[in-house]
Design a protein around this ligand. Structure first.
Ligand code: ADE
Length: 302
């Protein structure tokens, strides 16, 4: 209908009626999928991005969908916020509270990284990735808690990555997202008495989105990836957003501090996308026999 992709959910359409969410990076890729499902379920959503221009296309499309379905366009708002900047995070939370009057959910999806061998990552590049993915997520959680959730409860979902076996060529992002996995557990315990649940969702690198495809600029990366997925197919943003909506919903009321993998078992499977380059130098096997001989002769000398 009018070039607008069907937006739907397996959950009851009124599930998030009278709820308010912030989704960082909510105009593109996985964040857009999450925003669309939240909107479908009746949630009011503030999508935030460092570059507001970049999410305007996604926002316009979602407003079109709202209009077509007799919903108020006011169900969706867009804010500019660089999550690396503390004052901007503070004002994103207060702006959301001013606009919608409450804040039930935060989805920390905004982030990013670049492919680079660890030895070539500059300090600036490293800091940019850690500041966005780890520190930005921390700031969003802390401000949402202080300004609203400490007094009123809520649910937070952090989007991480398949960094469980290391993240070669994206070591900065792997370190940052592993940090978020641990932060999720700390916050879950520290904030449980306020009625705040904190969980993560870890999508596999086999999740296809037009945004990811455009970022990589090369579709063969997905074809290669497919071979390492037990299902033998790519995943969709909808398959990630349903996991996020589940964790935000009362269906997950007894779940906190958890990181849920949405990867069709890819992270369990032994075939890796990363290929070890041919060794220049082999790591030698330790020669125990020589060592024992040496010890014996040492013993004889004494
Ligand atoms: N998405 C990617 N980088 C971001 C940032 N610094 N702030 C908000 N959203 C982002």
């Amino acid at each position: 209908s009018g070039g607008i992709k069907a937006v739907t959910s397996l959950f009851r359409p009124s599930l998030f009626k009278n709820k308010v969410a912030i989704v960082t990076g909510g105009g593109t890729g996985i964040g857009k999928g999450i925003t669309q499902e939240l909107l479908y379920l009746g949630c009011k959503v503030m999508i935030a991005s460092r570059n507001a221009d970049r999410i305007q296309t996604g926002a316009a499309e979602m407003r079109g969908w709202l209009r077509q379905h007799g919903r108020s366009e006011n169900q969706l708002e867009v804010a500019t916020c660089n999550i690396r900047k503390e004052p901007e995070v503070k004002s994103l939370i207060s702006q959301t509270l001013d606009t919608f009057g409450q804040l039930d959910f935060v989805v920390n999806n905004g982030g990013g990284q670049f492919v680079c061998p660890a030895k070539d990552i500059s300090l600036k590049g490293w800091n940019a990735v850690v500041d966005t993915n780890l520190t930005g997520t921390f700031l969003m959680c802390r401000e949402a808690y202080k300004q609203w959730m400490e007094a009123n409860g809520g649910a937070i979902v952090n989007i991480i990555a398949d960094m469980w076996k290391g993240f070669p060529m994206m070591s900065h992002s792997g370190a940052a997202r592993s940090g978020v996995d641990n932060l999720t557990k700390s916050l879950a315990l520290e904030w449980v008495h306020s009625g705040v649940r904190v969980n993560s969702v870890a999508p596999g690198s086999s999740i296809y989105s037009d945004t990811a495809a455009a970022n990589y600029g090369d579709l063969s990366i997905f074809e290669e990836n497919k071979k390492t997925v037990p299902y033998g197919r790519l995943g969709s943003v909808e398959e990630v957003s349903s996991a996020v909506c589940f964790l935000l919903s009362p269906a997950a009321s007894f779940i906190t501090g958890e990181s849920l993998r949405v990867d069709a078992g890819q992270s369990l499977y032994a075939i890796a996308t990363y290929k070890i380059p041919e060794h220049k130098t082999k790591i030698a096997t330790y020669k125990w026999e020589d060592d024992l001989e040496q010890q014996t002769s040492d013993g004889k000398e004494k």
